[in-house]
Design a protein around this ligand. Structure first.
Ligand code: C2E
Ligand code: CA
Ligand code: CA
Length: 379
């Protein structure tokens, strides 16, 4: 902590700059030059503090703000920061309670074949029935869950609940033989050292085969460390689960990694689909066409996310995109609302088997496994 005795806060910037620069000087450690950067939070007594602890607390809050903004910077405390911190703390405390007290719910959204709208899988999407707020979506609490680590128990609940739903639908005869449930894995969940044993434990407890599951991981998460991701994806595959790359096109997937990562499908981010209408001959359409062709050549499936209009669906079908997901086909809905749709699916499949025909787009079977190719050594 540095205490500055000054009448005006304006020159603080210069002092902080000098501190940051001097801290950033390399210093020798065990024969090597080491560089550290610092993040600095500034609190001013103009706020009217009564104790030193309050000053330190607010400087600390500002420091975390600086850290979040990027390394080697500083931030000056203002009252809105404290409100934000208190709000996050409240969300975290209530979410911790929510996970163990039945306040979370899953909604399910079908992925369908573009040619005939037959359902191939359902994505589980978490919601929180938060007292005083109604049913809120993940945008309002996932960041807090991720930052606080609560995402791990939350994800465990999502997987358990998904498995319980699979068992229930299987019992009611609503799970077609090839139907899978898709579960999202965040950064922290995917890289958690206990990911695979936790999944195994949940599957064992609920009595569900991994062959009923898909795991969706965004490209940013995988590309953090594609070589280590390979091992995890293989472990999921070995147990029979599929792995999809989520929000494809928003991060930086190395095309080289796409060649040897044993993923099963790319989900093209809904941003591309949304941009089609404004510019049907433009870049979004071209990108969707190229990504689809690339994926299909690599033996991957392609799902276009966020299909909202029949115009978009038709356009995407013409571009060659085989699968879609979006409000047009069905919004995410509670399990009970989807049951009739699933029952109809099963009835259609049974009728097809009885008459020994297949649907126009081919039978609903799992594609043969793509054998992973060993990563090419770097450098
Ligand atoms: P996502 O994985 O990309 O999921 C698709 C999101 O798009 C969902 O938002 C869905 O409701 C929304 N969506 C579906 N169709 C349409 C459409 O036609 N138009 C538009 N505009 N939106 C559509 P949601 O449920 O709010 O989830 C947001 C994100 O939160 C998800 O994005 C996913 O990254 C994350 N998420 C949701 N559930 C879970 C979970 O259980 N675990 C983890 N780790 N992440 C989750
Ligand atoms: Ca997803
Ligand atoms: Ca997505």
């Amino acid at each position: 902590a540095v205490l500055l005795d000054m009448l005006d806060v304006a020159p603080v910037d210069h002092v902080v700059d000098r501190l940051l620069r001097s801290l950033a000087q390399p210093y020798p450690l065990g024969g090597n030059d080491v560089v550290v950067t610092a993040s600095i939070g500034v609190a001013s007594s103009a706020t009217g503090y009564e104790s030193p602890e309050e000053v330190l607390r607010d400087a600390d809050i500002a420091m975390y703000q600086a850290k979040a903004a990027g390394r080697g910077t500083f931030a000056t405390f203002d009252a809105s920061m404290r409100l934000k911190v208190l709000d996050r703390l409240k969300t975290e405390t209530e979410l911790r309670y929510a996970i163990d007290h039945g306040q979370l719910e899953l909604h399910y959204q079908p992925m369908v074949r573009m040619c005939d709208q037959r359902v191939t899988s359902l994505e589980a999407l978490v919601r929180w029935r938060r007292p005083g707020h109604g049913l809120i979506g993940p945008a309002e609490f996932l960041e807090v869950a991720e930052d606080s680590g609560l995402i791990v128990p939350l994800g465990r609940w999502v997987l358990s609940e998904s498995c319980r739903q699979i068992v229930a639908w299987e019992r009611e005869g609503r799970m077609g033989p090839a139907l899978r449930l898709s579960v999202n894995l965040s950064h922290r969940e995917f890289w958690d050292a206990r990911l695979i044993p936790q999944i195994e434990e949940v599957l064992n407890n609920e009595g569900v085969s991994a062959e009923r599951l898909i795991f969706e991981i965004t490209e940013g998460v995988i590309m953090n460390d594609p070589e280590r991701a390979l091992g995890l994806i293989q472990a999921l595959h070995d147990r029979g689960a599929l792995v999809y790359i989520d929000d494809f096109g928003t991060g930086q997937t190395s095309l080289e990694a796409l060649h040897w990562l044993p993923v099963d499908a790319l989900k093209i981010d809904r941003g591309f689909v949304a941009r089609l209408k404004q510019d049907p001959d433009g870049r979004a359409a071209e990108l969707v066409r190229v990504i689809t062709a690339l994926a299909m050549n690599l033996g991957l499936d392609v799902i276009c996310e966020g299909v909202e209009t029949s115009w978009q669906a038709e356009f995407l079908r013409e571009l060659g995109c085989p699968l879609g997901q979006g409000y047009l086909f069905s919004p995410p809905a509670p399990a009970a609302q989807l049951s009739p749709l699933l029952a109809a699916e099963v009835a259609t499949t049974t009728a097809e088997v009885a008459t020994a025909t297949t649907a126009p787009g081919g039978p609903l079977v799992r594609r043969p496994d793509r054998r992973p190719v060993a990563p090419t050594p770097r450098g």
